[in-house]
Every structure is written in structure tokens, then in C-alpha cells.
Ligand binder design. Structure first.
Ligand code: ADP
Ligand code: MG
Length: 267
């Protein structure tokens, strides 16, 4: 069964998409069958994977409203070894259209069930707001990976997010857990960053990933070439950090129990 993780943080510009794309590429490089789901109408994860969002006939939008299955809408990321369920602006319309559907928050979960045995990891890149799209991401996932910058307001924002996750756990998805907090765009020369980083470790203990992603310009340049930083410049500090993060995640998963599967008792 696939481990399904949502990359979430209600703030914009915190590195969700960069983490989604580079983690997908890293996991693929480490031999994991990986699907990246772009759940943001901006389509940044789609473009950053080298897929032109304007040229697509089928995207996650058609999947959510029942006009396509996942296999039909999935593309291979050129230059990398992971698959992408892409998105573009059309997806913004899903928010309104889904209102007429029953069980509208589990549309993605239900669709992904069909490809569950084809992947080891499914990563879902979310938009910043807590919309029906994001709720679909949370309902489909086993866990949340939270990228965050070590800034002054980071801890405050984090408690809002943790409360949201608790509510979703209570009302929609009892399987959902926080897999971990990932420190991103880290600049060790900034004293405040070090302080916030230390506070995070104090409050959240081993929920904080050991890997730290540095601020690295190669990660920011890579999307304009349609490549993950991990593929664009494997020797860069940012790429190496995301590779290390992929390895850390695989290691963490190997220590957890297998994903529960009510249907396969022999698994
Ligand atoms: P989000 O998806 O949360 O809105 P992005 O991943 O798009 O955030 O990142 C916001 C901006 O920061 C982008 O321009 C991206 O290239 C840049 N960025 C993200 N991570 C890093 C990093 N580790 N080093 C340098 N720039 C980064
Ligand atoms: Mg994004």
C-alpha cells in the first residue's frame, strides 16, 4: 500500500511546493515508486516538474469531479522518475462544483484508492488556504509533512495548523497524523532562526525531522528549467539536503507499522 502524505502549511511561500517536488524526485531516485499530486490551482508543482499546465486535457480537476480516473490523468515528470497528477487554473472551479456532490471531501481519497498498489509514496501539494481542496488532501492522507521557516511568527502559525489537523482528525480522518516538521530555507547565520529551530525541537521533540533544508538559490532556480532542484543540480547543498530528507523519511517509515488495510488481513 502507498503511504500518502500531504505537504501542508496554511501560509503561502513557505516551501510547500519546493518540498513536494524535491521530495518526490528524491524518493524516486531512492527507488521508491512515487506519485506527486498537485492540488493547487496555481499548478506550480506541475510546472516545476516540467509539465506545461496549459496543454493539459486531463488534470486532478477532472479526477475530482469524476470525469477522469487517476491513471488517465497522470503524466511522467520529464527528466525525473516520478509520476504527476497535474493541476491548472481549472481546479479553482472544483471548489464550487464539488458542493453538489455527496461526500465531497473524500473525492481524492476515493480516486487514489484505484492506484494504491502502484506506488510506495503519494505526495500531495496543497494550496495555502484551508479550502475544500485542502480538505480533500487531508482526507486522502495518512500523514502531514509541515515545511516551515524558522521565523518569529512560525510557532504561532504552527499552533493554528496543529488545531486544524486535530479537527480534521476528529471529524473526517482518524488515520491522519503529523509525520513531522521540516525546517526549510534555513539560514544558520541568523540567530533568530537558530532560536526558533531550538524551540521547535523543545516543543515537538522527534516530530522535528533531523534533516534541515538550507536556503539555496539552486532550489529557487530549478523550477524555471522545469526540473526539481534534486535533478537540476544534484551537487548543490539544497539538492543534497532533499536527498537526505528522502532517506530520513524512508527510514522513519520502516520503523512504523505498515499502513492499516482493513481488506488485506494477510498483508
Ligand atoms: P509554497 O508552495 O509554500 O507557496 P514555494 O515552494 O513555492 O512555497 O516557495 C516559495 C519561494 O521560495 C519560491 O520562489 C521558491 O523557489 C523559494 N524557495 C523555497 N525553498 C527554498 C530554499 N530552500 N532555498 C531558496 N529558495 C527557496
Ligand atoms: Mg505552492
Amino acid at each position: 500500500m502507498a503511504r500518502i502524505f500531504v505537504i501542508a502549511n496554511q501560509k503561502g511561500g513557505v516551501g510547500k511546493t519546493t518540498t513536494s517536488v524535491n521530495l518526490a524526485a528524491a524518493l524516486a531516485r531512492l527507488g521508491q515508486r512515487t506519485l506527486l499530486v498537485d492540488l493547487d490551482p496555481q499548478g506550480n508543482a506541475t510546472m516545476g516538474s516540467g509539465i506545461d499546465k496549459r496543454s493539459l486535457k486531463r488534470t486532478v480537476y477532472q479526477v475530482l469531479i469524476g470525469l477522469s480516473d487517476v491513471v488517465e490523468a497522470t503524466r511522467q515528470a520529464p527528466g525525473s522518475d516520478y509520476a504527476v497528477l497535474p493541476a491548472n487554473r481549472e481546479l479553482a472551479g472544483a471548489e464550487v462544483e464539488l458542493v453538489d456532490f455527496d461526500e465531497r471531501e473524500t473525492r481524492l481519497k476515493d480516486a487514489l484508492a484505484a492506484v494504491d498498489d502502484q506506488y510506495d509514496f503519494v505526495l500531495i501539494d496543497c494550496p495555502p488556504s484551508l479550502s475544500l481542496l485542502t480538505l480533500n488532501g487531508f482526507c486522502a492522507a495518512h500523514g502531514v509533512i509541515i515545511p516551515m521557516q524558522c521565523e518569529y511568527f512560525a510557532l504561532e502559525g504552527l499552533s493554528d495548523l496543529v488545531n486544524t489537523i486535530k479537527k480534521i482528525h476528529a471529524n473526517f480522518n482518524t488515520e491522519l497524523k503529523i509525520i513531522g516538521l521540516l525546517r526549510v530555507m534555513f539560514d544558520p547565520r541568523v540567530t533568530l532562526s537558530q532560536q526558533v529551530s531550538a524551540q521547535l525541537e523543545q516543543h515537538f521533540g522527534d516530530k522535528v525531522f533531523g534533516t534541515i533544508i538550507p536556503r539555496n538559490v539552486r532550489l529557487a532556480e530549478a523550477p524555471s528549467y522545469g526540473l526539481p532542484g534534486v535533478v537540476f543540480d544534484p551537487q548543490s547543498k539544497g539538492a543534497k539536503a532533499y536527498m537526505a530528507f528522502g532517506a530520513e523519511l524512508i527510514e522513519r517509515m520502516s520503523k512504523l507499522e505498515p499502513v492499516s488495510d482493513g481488506l488485506r488481513r494477510d498483508a
